[in-house]
Ligand binder design. Structure first.
Ligand code: ADP
Ligand code: MG
Length: 266
């Protein structure tokens, strides 16, 4: 397969064991997952099921104990060096002494992009995340939601084809969270980037995703995948549609076991 047609992520038989002083923790076992270029995939599951671990393996921040991981058809380490992905976390992690613009520009500076090109790219990114008026402000002058938008802009600075996000809206209030979910679907569609998005929230996963990957702990593994079939255009009306409720129910049942099955067990 050529790189152009390769999936954004291909995990085959991926396992991860953490050796601790007392015993071995099987964080992941037998994970097979393909994320297509431009696809939005959420990882959902209870705390400790290995969501962050899987994201870190994709990002090559840690190595798998077994199996293989490819990013756009090449080893994760190569993809990291080529800046094939950008990352965002629950904490925006902005440098407080730098302006919004200078925070967004940081990855470009690190990779030696010239001043004029940097300025043009920062203007483009600030517009993309709706912060044009705020490029000269400092992080502590922004709300939590605006800080996350800066973090997303920074993650997109090098035009990655893959965005890895670990509960990026987890610390925000519900209103801001829903607003940024809408913004993120728009940004993903405009940039064409694939997204792997870790969350605890069923409604969030369903609203954002083409597919919701359901995981379970001990040992961490994929137990179900729910396809939403919503297409790239999402607005607030989606949240009130029967299709949306049906997918929320499907993910909830995949996470907790279907109520019918539980009734039969009694
Ligand atoms: P999640 O993000 O789904 O909450 P994690 O991927 O953070 O879960 O963790 C999965 C499991 O691996 C947990 O049991 C956690 O305690 C364990 N784990 C994660 N990182 C380490 C580590 N560096 N050393 C030992 N155990 C770890
Ligand atoms: Mg986590």
């Amino acid at each position: 397969m050529t790189e152009a047609t390769a999936p954004a992520v291909r995990a085959s038989g991926v396992g991860k064991v953490f050796a601790t002083r007392t015993d071995d923790v099987i964080a992941l076992t037998g994970v097979d997952l393909e994320v297509a270029a431009g696809e939005f995939v959420s990882l959902i599951g209870p705390s400790g099921c290995g969501k962050s671990t899987l994201l870190r393996l994709i990002a090559d921040l840690d190595g798998a104990s077994s199996g293989t991981l490819e990013i756009f058809g090449r080893p994760a380490a190569d993809a990291r060096r080529a800046q094939d992905y950008g990352m965002a976390f629950q904490q925006a992690g902005l440098l407080p002494w730098r302006t919004v613009g200078a925070n967004i520009a940081l990855p470009l500076e690190v990779h030696g992009v010239g001043k004029a090109e940097r300025a043009a790219r920062v203007a483009e990114l600030a517009a993309l995340v709706g912060l044009t008026e705020f490029v000269d402000r400092y992080p502590d002058q922004l709300s939590g939601g605006m800080q996350q938008r800066v973090a997303i802009a920074r993650a997109l600075a090098s035009r990655p084809r893959l965005l890895l996000m670990d509960e990026p809206f987890g610390a925000l209030d519900e209103m801001t969270r829903e607003y940024l979910q809408g913004e993120l679907t728009r940004i993903a569609a405009e940039t064409g980037a694939a997204v792997v998005f870790v969350t605890h929230s069923i409604p969030e996963a369903v609203f954002l995703s083409d597919r919701v990957v359901v995981m379970s702990p001990r040992p961490g593994r994929i137990t179900d995948i729910v396809t939403t079939g919503f297409g790239p255009l999402r607005d607030e009306r989606l949240r009130e549609s029967p299709d949306y409720f049906a997918r929320v129910t499907a993910v909830r049942e995949a996470l907790h076991g279907a109520p019918v099955e539980r009734a039969n067990e009694r």
